[in-house]
Design a protein around this ligand. Structure first.
Ligand SMILES: [Zn+2]
Length: 460
């Protein structure tokens, strides 16, 4: 197969693989601005930096789009075992956990397999449910996300939720527990693997373990910003291809791999396409605010740009892409495009897998729900039992390699230029009915039933 884009491919690859820019940008985002968590000074500094970079790279219409949301500020938290022994256990509260003073017994549910919540419904009531952070409990073919474990605890009338890292040595792992733009109604905290196994031994020996939690986190209205810029198309500027990543990390970490390795890969894509390419259609680059506590930036974007969504040919999500164990293209259930992407792959002489699964754990989901055609640079070939150091304080710059950033950026840039140039695009956006049909497929029945209960809980 001949490659009609070879001269541009060569410029892009040569530029990306001989530049330090991506790593410099990663160091600035993480070392200078810190976590960039919603409500921190570093968050706004990062937004301004991303805007300045896009301007430097020659993009047009570069601007910040503010949006309001219910923010959360970490206070202090103390967790004490009060029976059968007295012992303080280090813990962190999870974002959107309310401030509380509470005493309750612990119920350990292991990984938190959905069926366990039915089996143990009576035992959960009034207790602190303890679940570990494994994403793929045995016997289930999808992620069971922290939000689901917390949500099922809530629906089962638990008094609180304790998230236990299933990896030794990484301390407690964080992650939001709010939903529907609201705070979590019951406290959610996180402890290390080592403290979790200590509590398990204690429970085994003595039957039950009772704890006292006091926390002083604050919930208040805040403003965040999406950062957007265009490489305007020369022939059909009204047709838009989007690429994006959230730029907020969790407050306990640098968020270097998740999400900053994705952010700088998007920036690098903007830099090389801005410098070397003239494309017929518009490429829009977007950096989302506060993804970590509920995809809030991308939700605000699809709400504010509703009239324009039908002009989006494709949205490529890059959350954490530079740090992913394999750089593949996952199309979120768009079989119509399988052959197109296989053609791209052959032409690019590049080794990546093409997946056809979707999940709700990042910003593409805001677009998917509106019918937009989405995909992501995500690992398709490798699955993991969880996030590893992700969402812990060890997600730091030293974990990310320049090669990882280059691989993610060059894959995205070469895919985007092809999506922008191909005239025969074989998919069109889903209407509301097709989105519903997608989500209501029989294999999702259990998770959909759970989502409906959560909607009812939060919207009443
Ligand atoms: Zn992320």
């Amino acid at each position: 197969m001949t490659n009609p884009h070879l001269p541009l491919d060569q410029k892009i690859l040569g530029d990306i693989y001989s530049s330090r820019e991506a790593m410099d940008n990663l160091e600035t985002l993480c070392d200078d601005f810190g976590s960039r968590f919603g409500g921190t000074k570093g968050e706004k500094r990062a937004a301004d930096f991303l805007k300045a970079k896009m301007e430097e790279y020659g993009l047009s219409n570069v601007h910040l789009e503010p949006f309001d949301y219910l923010g959360w500020e970490r206070g202090s938290a103390s967790l004490e075992i009060i029976s059968p022994i007295q012992k303080n256990i280090p813990c962190i509260t999870l974002p959107h956990s309310p401030p509380v003073e509470i005493e309750a017994e612990i119920f350990d549910i292991g990984a938190g397999f959905p069926a366990d919540f039915d089996t143990h419904a009576e035992e959960i009531k009034g207790k602190f449910l303890m679940a570990n952070s494994e994403l793929y409990p045995k016997g289930i073919k999808r992620w069971v996300h922290r939000q689901e474990k917390y949500g099922r605890s809530l629906l089962a009338d638990a008094a609180g939720f304790i998230f236990v890292n299933h990896y030794p040595g990484y301390g407690p792992a964080t992650g939001g527990v709010g939903s529907h733009g609201k705070a979590g109604p019951i406290p959610g905290i996180s402890i290390s693997y080592e403290d979790g196994t200590f509590i398990q031994r204690l429970a085994k020996k003595h039957g039950s373990v009772k704890i006292r939690l006091s926390s002083s986190d604050k919930l208040r209205p805040m403003t965040s910003w999406n950062v957007v810029g265009d490489l305007v198309g020369t022939e059909k500027p009204e047709e838009i291809i989007m690429i994006g990543s959230h730029y907020d990390g969790h407050d306990i970490a640098q968020g270097a791999s998740d999400p900053a390795s994705g952010v700088v890969s998007v920036l690098e894509t903007a830099r090389v396409l801005g410098k070397h390419a003239q494309l017929p259609r518009t490429i829009r680059f977007a950096f989302w605010g506060v993804e970590e506590i509920g995809l809030l930036g991308s939700k605000a974007y699809v709400r504010d740009h509703a009239a324009e969504l039908s002009q989006i040919r494709f949205y490529l999500n890059m959350d954490a892409a530079g740090g992913m164990p394999s750089k593949d293209i996952n199309l979120h259930a768009w079989q119509e495009l399988q052959s197109t992407f296989e053609g791209f792959r052959e032409e690019m002489v590049q080794d990546f897998a093409i997946g056809q699964n979707f999940h709700s754990a990042s910003d593409h989901y805001s677009f998917l729900l509106e019918g937009v055609i989405t995909g992501g640079v995500e690992p398709v070939r490798e699955t993991r039992s969880g996030r590893g150091y992700g969402h812990t304080k060890f997600d730091t710059v030293d974990k990310v390699t320049i090669l990882g950033l280059r691989d993610a950026a060059s894959l995205a840039a070469r895919i985007l230029l092809r999506v922008a140039r191909v005239d025969n695009w074989l998919a069109s956006p889903r209407d509301a009915e097709s989105v519903r049909a997608l989500l209501n497929q029989p294999q999702f029945a259990e998770i959909q039933a759970f989502r409906k209960k959560m909607d009812a809980y939060f919207e009443e």
